[in-house]
Write a protein that binds this ligand. Structure first.
Ligand SMILES: Cc1cc2nc3c(=O)[nH]c(=O)nc-3n(C[C@H](O)[C@H](O)[C@H](O)COP(=O)(O)OP(=O)(O)OC[C@H]3O[C@@H](n4cnc5c(N)ncnc54)[C@H](O)[C@@H]3O)c2cc1C
Length: 389
């Protein structure tokens, strides 16, 4: 079977890329190892994605934004960062920009479902679920993937969208920097007695980090980061005990809490691929850059990255050039690495700063917060990044 583009991985990045090729005249085969139901109606994975204005604009262009119900989009009007016991908060808001919010929080499974719904009815796209890729080979002449059932698929371009421990990346022989930090994140939706006023809080306390992301109503997504063994214990305790412990850990700031739905655990690992492109192949989404979720960049970055690749591929197709040529792929690689590296390095520096429990480490983060508040360019820089279209 021959198509123009072969995508491995039907997560949000792979689906967005398939959708971004709509109307280009290119045929696309998308391989996903999960069953169809799991990508058409994905289960709630607890992740609330803080979308920037740019991401909302891209999702809108793709036709996915309008497919998400308004009540599933929660405005993020302001954000504050707290350190330890200090009452001081570094705050970000829309600051006279005229916008109603810094961004919107939307559940990951809603974004996936909306993207799938767009791609499912797109002419020229074939989605193969339950796909087990046995081997993949790329060369100057083309790409060939063989499925476990023996089916051979050929294409001009291979796109790896198969997450941070990417199988495609390994098969392409691309090395990656992988940092496992021995910590995990637990996410859970909670109802609380006091209102959050649509303000997100990131609290870097001693020996724990807790983020509260405001959802519609008196509800938040609690995101707790701790050493992995402690997270396992928190995930296993009885619901009422969990809510009480969260309330205590959060110093009762939002009043009494009640758990709503399940708890989801994510062991943390950051990954940076040494290359985002190889002969007739490119990596997108977490397969290219696996961010620590603390700065909420992962999907936003994946979405803008896939758009860079789609633009380069579409331009080549329009002018009847080879869509898998080095020129096309290097253009994507250069642009995406330039955008991604400062965010990746900056986020990792923040993680190091906020997990350093030595006295000088604690003093340093206090200083960084104070400095951030005093230097207007820091706050306006963050605001511009969130709000740029
Ligand atoms: C707790 C948490 C909170 C987050 N919050 C935010 C946030 O606020 N803002 C933000 O921008 N980002 C956030 N992120 C990051 C965001 O969720 C990811 O960046 C995003 O999901 C990556 O999408 P992806 O499509 O690259 O990978 P994935 O979502 O991992 O999808 C990969 C897909 O590939 C499939 N696959 C894997 N291997 C194969 C194979 N060999 N063959 C076929 N299919 C395969 C998988 O089944 C899966 O469907 C958060 C992440 C976490 C864990």
């Amino acid at each position: 079977m021959q198509s123009d583009v072969l995508i491995i991985g039907g997560g949000p990045a792979g689906l967005a890329f398939a959708r971004a090729l709509n109307g280009s005249g290119l045929s696309v085969t998308l391989l996903e190892r999960q069953p169809l139901a799991a990508i058409a109606e994905p289960a709630d994975d607890g992740r609330e994605i803080a979308l920037t204005h740019r991401s909302m604009a891209i999702l809108s262009e793709l036709g996915a934004w309008e497919r998400i119900a308004e009540e599933d989009k929660a405005p993020l009007r302001a954000a504050r960062v707290l350190n330890g016991q200090s009452p001081f908060a570094l705050s970000f808001d829309t600051g006279g920009t005229g916008a109603d919010a810094l961004g919107r929080l939307v559940s990951n499974h809603r974004i996936r479902a909306a993207l799938y719904a767009c791609v499912a009815q797109q002419p020229g796209v074939e989605i193969r679920s339950d796909a087990e890729v046995a081997s993949v080979r790329t060369g100057r002449e083309g790409v060939e993937a063989v499925l476990a059932d023996g089916t051979r698929l050929r294409a001009k371009l291979l796109v790896g969208a198969d997450s941070r421990f990417s199988w495609v990346r390994d098969k392409l022989g691309i090395a990656a920097e992988i940092q496992r930090i021995g910590r995990s994140m637990l996410v859970a939706r909670v109802e609380h007695a006091r209102p959050h006023d649509s303000v997100a809080t990131e609290w870097f306390d001693h020996h724990q980090t807790i983020a509260m992301l405001p959802l519609n109503g008196d509800r938040s997504s609690a995101v707790v980061t701790l050493p992995s063994a402690q997270i396992e214990r928190l995930a296993a305790i009885e619901e009422g005990a969990f809510a009480a412990e969260l309330e205590r850990r959060y110093r009762g700031r939002l009043g009494a809490m009640r758990l709503e739905g399940g708890r989801h655990v994510y062991p943390l690992a950051m990954t940076w691929s040494r290359h985002f492109a190889a002969t007739r192949a490119a990596l997108i989404g977490d397969a290219a850059v696996g961010m620590h979720p603390v700065t909420a960049h992962g999907f936003n970055l994946g979405l803008s990255g896939q758009q860079l690749l789609a633009d380069a591929v579409r331009a080549a197709a329009r002018s009847r050039r080879d869509i898998g040529s080095d020129t096309v792929l290097r253009r994507y690689e250069r642009a995406h690495r330039r955008a991604a590296w400062p965010l990746y390095a900056g986020t990792n520096a923040l993680v190091r700063l906020y997990t350093d429990e030595t006295l000088p480490g604690r003093a340093a983060r206090h200083m960084v917060l104070r400095l951030g508040q005093r230097l207007p360019m820091v706050r306006s820089g963050v605001r511009e990044m969130l709000m740029a279209r």
